[in-house]
Design a protein around this ligand. Structure first.
Ligand SMILES: Cc1cc2nc3c(=O)[nH]c(=O)nc-3n(C[C@H](O)[C@H](O)[C@H](O)COP(=O)(O)OP(=O)(O)OC[C@H]3O[C@@H](n4cnc5c(N)ncnc54)[C@H](O)[C@@H]3O)c2cc1C
Length: 618
C-alpha cells in the first residue's frame, strides 16, 4: 500500500475504535471514500514480449491465482509471471458498500448460464447471470464479501478422493490466510480455529442501531423457528444464525489483489501482466509436456510466452476448463466435433456444481417510517449497506438420497428492505438476478407500501451436476454453461422442504404481532397451481432458482477427475490447476475463502515439488 494509504489506514483504525458519535461516524464515511480513492499500490503492469521466459506462469490473478503467485514469489530463486485478462480494480471494488455495481461492466466476464427445460421459468430467457470478476483479485474483487470457510466434513470428503485435503490440513492454510480482526471471536473458545495475522482481513463491523434492531428481530424469529443463535458460522458451533463476518476491514475490501499482490508489488521476481488474455496452453505433442502459453494482448496480437518449470491455470471454474479444452485437454468427442486435436481425453467441464438459491419473501409492516433505512444505508459506505444475518441449518440428517452427515444442508442470508424501495427492488430483481418483468413488477408493487423480509435460501450440497462446454474453437467466444439445477429430483425435494420450513417464520410471534404474511407473487409456470399447495411451492422453487455465483468442480481432483491431489493435470507434465474448479464437491457455504485456501496450498505443493520449500511438510 502507498504511504498515503498506510497513513489513512492508521487514522481510520484509530477513529474506528472511537465512540460512534455522528461526527466521528461522518468522518469515517469521508475517510472510507478518500481511503478507497487513494493510490492503492497495485503492482505495476509488466510489458509482456513474445518469447519471454519464466519459471512459473500463473494464469488468472483471482482468489486462488493472486494468492498462489504471491506465495511462489516469496522464493527469490524463481521468477513468476502472473497473467490477468483484466486490469486494476476500480474504487467501486475497494469500497465495501459498492459491491453490487460492478456486474455487467468491463470488470465482469458477464457470462450467461442456461437451465434445463422445466426450470428457471421466472428468469429472463430462462437464463442466469454468471458474473465473474475480470481484474486483479478476480471474483474476490467484486463478490458480496461474506466470509465462509465450509464445514470440516466437506474437506474430509475431499480427502477420500484427494489425500492431503482433509480438514486438519486445510485448517493450517485457512489460518495462514486469515487476518481475523474480530476481538470477540479471538477471545472465544473457538479462537484456536482462527488467526489474526494472515493477509486477508476479516471483520464484523459494528452496525448502526436501526440495523441492529432488524437483526435482533429476525434472529429472535429464526430462533423461535428452531435455528439457534451462534457466535459465528466458522467456529465450533456452526449450525445456527449470526451476523456474518466480511472480507473487509477499515473501510476497504480485502480482495486477494489487496491482501497478496499489493504487499508483493515491489518484488523483482514477480511480473504481473494485465490485459493479457490466455488463449491456450502450449503442449509438446510428443512428450505431453506443457511449455508455455499463447496470450492475446490488448492490441489483439497473439504472442507466446515460455516456462522453465510449470504453467498453473487459475482462471476460475468457467474459464479454466475453457482454456484446457482449447489446448486439447477435455472430452475427446466434444473436441473432435469442434476440430480440436485431443491430447488427453479427460472429463473437463463436467461435474459443475453450483448453489441454487431461491427467494423466500415476507411482506411486513406498512409505512414509510422504514425510509430511515435508506438514510442509514447511504451512510454505510465503509460497511455492508444492509442488515444481514447468515445461517446454516439441517432439516434432518437423512434426507432421502443424501449422505448422512452432520454438516449443514442449507444456508440462508436474511435481510430487510424497507417500504418505498420499489425502484431499488425492481432494478435489483432485474439487473442482479435476472428475473423477468412480471415477477419483478409483483415484488416492486408489494414493496411500494410494505417492508420485505427477504431470505435467500440455498441448497448447499446438490446431487445434480451441470457442465461447461466450448461453443467453438475460437478463444474469444463465451463458453456454454448449463447449471443443471434439479437434474436429480432429490435436490428439488430437499429445497422445497426447506422452503416450506422457512415459510413457518410467518407463524412466529414477532412476525405475527407485526402482521407479516407470505405474499402472492407472479411466478411464471406456477400461476395455474393452487397457491400455497405443496405442488405450488415445488413449482415456485423450480421457477425461481438462481445462482449464488459459486460455480466449482469443473476440473475435479481425483483419479477419475482432471487433476491429482497435487493439482497436476492427468497425462500432461508441467501443468496444474489451482482454483474453484479443482473442488471435487462444493463446500458448505460461500466459496471465496476455500479458493484462497486452494491457492495457498497449491503454492506449498509446487514449492515442495521443485525443492523450493523452507519447511516442507506437504
Ligand atoms: C457476484 C458474486 C458474488 C459472490 N459473493 C461471494 C461472497 O459473498 N462470499 C464468498 O465467499 N464468495 C462469493 N462469491 C464467489 C467467490 O468470489 C468465488 O468462488 C471465488 O472468488 C472464485 O475464485 P477463483 O480463483 O476460482 O476464480 P476468480 O476469482 O474468478 O479468478 C479468476 C481470474 O482469472 C482471470 N482469467 C480468467 N480467464 C483468463 C484468461 N483466459 N486469461 C487471463 N486471465 C483469465 C479472471 O479475469 C480472474 O481474475 C461471489 C462471486 C460472485 C461473482
Amino acid at each position: 500500500m502507498s504511504s498515503v494509504g498506510a497513513t489513512v489506514n492508521a487514522l481510520f483504525g484509530r477513529l474506528s475504535t472511537a465512540s460512534s458519535t455522528p461526527l466521528v461516524k461522518w468522518m469515517l464515511q469521508m475517510l472510507a471514500l478518500s481511503h478507497a480513492l487513494a493510490p492503492a499500490g497495485w503492482p505495476a503492469a509488466y510489458k509482456l514480449k513474445d518469447g519471454d521466459r519464466f519459471d512459473f506462469i500463473v494464469v488468472g490473478a483471482g482468489a486462488a491465482g493472486a494468492a498462489l503467485a504471491a506465495r511462489l514469489s516469496e522464493q527469490p530463486r524463481c521468477s513468476v509471471l502472473l497473467l490477468e485478462a483484466g486490469a486494476d480494480p476500480p474504487p467501486a471494488s475497494v469500497i465495501p458498500s459498492m459491491f453490487g455495481v460492478l456486474g455487467h461492466t468491463k470488470y465482469d466476464w458477464d457470462y450467461l448460464a442456461a437451465l434445463d427445460e422445466g426450470t428457471g421459468m421466472s428468469k429472463e430467457n430462462r437464463s442466469i447471470f454468471m458474473t465473474r470478476g475480470k481484474m486483479l483479485g478476480g471474483s474476490s474483487s467484486l463478490n458480496y464479501l461474506m466470509y465462509s470457510r465450509g464445514d470440516p466434513d466437506d474437506f474430509d470428503e475431499w480427502a477420500e478422493r484427494a489425500p492431503g485435503w482433509d480438514w486438519n490440513t486445510v485448517l493450517h492454510y485457512y489460518k495462514k490466510l486469515e487476518g481475523m480482526q474480530d476481538p470477540v471471536v479471538m477471545r472465544s473458545k473457538g479462537a484456536f480455529l482462527h488467526s489474526k495475522d494472515g493477509p486477508v482481513k476479516i471483520s464484523r463491523p459494528k452496525q448502526n442501531r436501526f440495523f441492529r434492531e432488524v437483526n435482533e428481530r429476525l434472529m429472535d424469529s429464526l430462533e423461535e423457528l428452531g435455528v439457534p443463535r451462534v457466535l459465528e458460522n466458522n467456529g465450533m458451533d456452526r449450525l445456527g444464525v449470526s451476523p456474518p463476518h466480511y472480507f473487509f476491514h477499515n473501510g476497504r475490501r480485502s480482495s486477494t489483489a489487496e491482501a497478496y499482490l499489493v504487499p508483493a508489488a515491489k518484488r523483482p521476481n514477480l511480473f504481473v501482466a494485465k490485459n493479457a488474455h490466455v488463449n491456450r496452453v502450449l503442449i509438446d505433442r510428443y512428450t505431453n509436456q506443457a511449455f508455455g502459453v499463447e496470450v492475446r494482448l490488448k492490441n489483439n496480437k497473439n504472442i507466446f510466452v515460455h516456462t522453465n518449470k510449470e504453467v498453473i491455470l487459475s482462471g476460475g471454474a468457467i474459464n479454466t476448463p475453457k482454456i484446457l479444452m482449447l489446448s486439447g485437454i477435455g472430452p475427446e468427442f466434444e473436441l473432435d466435433e469442434l476440430g480440436i486435436d485431443a491430447i488427453v481425453d479427460l472429463p473437463v467441464g463436467k461435474n459443475l456444481q453450483e448453489h441454487a438459491v431461491v427467494p423466500v419473501m415476507f411482506a411486513g409492516q406498512q409505512g414509510l417510517q422504514s425510509a430511515v433505512q435508506y438514510l442509514y444505508t447511504a451512510a454505510e459506505l465503509d460497511a455492508f449497506p444492509a442488515p444481514m444475518q447468515f445461517g446454516l441449518f439441517n432439516l434432518n440428517h437423512s434426507m432421502p438420497g443424501f449422505p448422512n452427515t452432520s454438516r449443514p444442508m442449507f444456508q440462508f442470508f436474511s435481510t430487510y428492505i424497507g417500504a418505498g424501495a420499489s425502484l431499488f427492488s425492481y432494478v435489483g430483481c432485474r439487473a442482479v438476478v435476472n428475473f423477468e418483468d412480471e415477477f419483478c413488477t409483483s415484488v416492486a408493487t408489494l414493496n411500494a407500501m410494505k417492508d420485505i423480509n427477504l431470505i435467500a435460501l440455498i441448497l448447499l450440497h446438490p446431487l445434480s451436476r451441470g457442465e461447461v462446454k466450448l461453443r467453438s474453437s475460437n478463444p474469444a467466444d463465451d463458453p456454454i454453461i448449463n447449471l443443471g439445477f434439479f437434474r436429480r429430483k432429490e435436490d428439488l425435494d430437499a429445497l422445497t422442504e426447506a422452503y416450506k420450513y422457512m415459510l413457518g417464520l410467518a407463524k412466529t410471534s414477532r412476525f405475527r404481532q407485526e402482521g407479516v404474511r407470505v405474499p402472492r407473487l407472479r411466478v411464471k409456470g406456477c400461476d395455474n397451481l393452487k397457491w400455497g399447495s405443496d405442488r405450488y411451492w415445488e413449482c415456485f422453487v423450480r421457477s425461481t432458482a438462481g445462482s449464488m455465483f459459486h460455480p466449482v468442480g469443473t476440473c475435479p481432483m481425483g483419479r477419475d477427475g482432471v487433476v491429482d491431489e497435487r493439482l497436476r493435470v492427468h497425462g500432461v507434465s508441467g501443468l496444474r490447476v489451482a482454483d474453484a474448479s479443482v473442488m471435487p464437491t462444493i463446500t458448505s457455504g460461500n466459496t471465496n475463502a476455500p479458493c484462497i485456501m486452494i491457492g495457498e496450498r497449491a503454492a506449498d505443493l509446487i514449492k515442495s515439488d521443485h525443492g523450493l520449500s523452507d519447511n516442507d511438510n506437504t
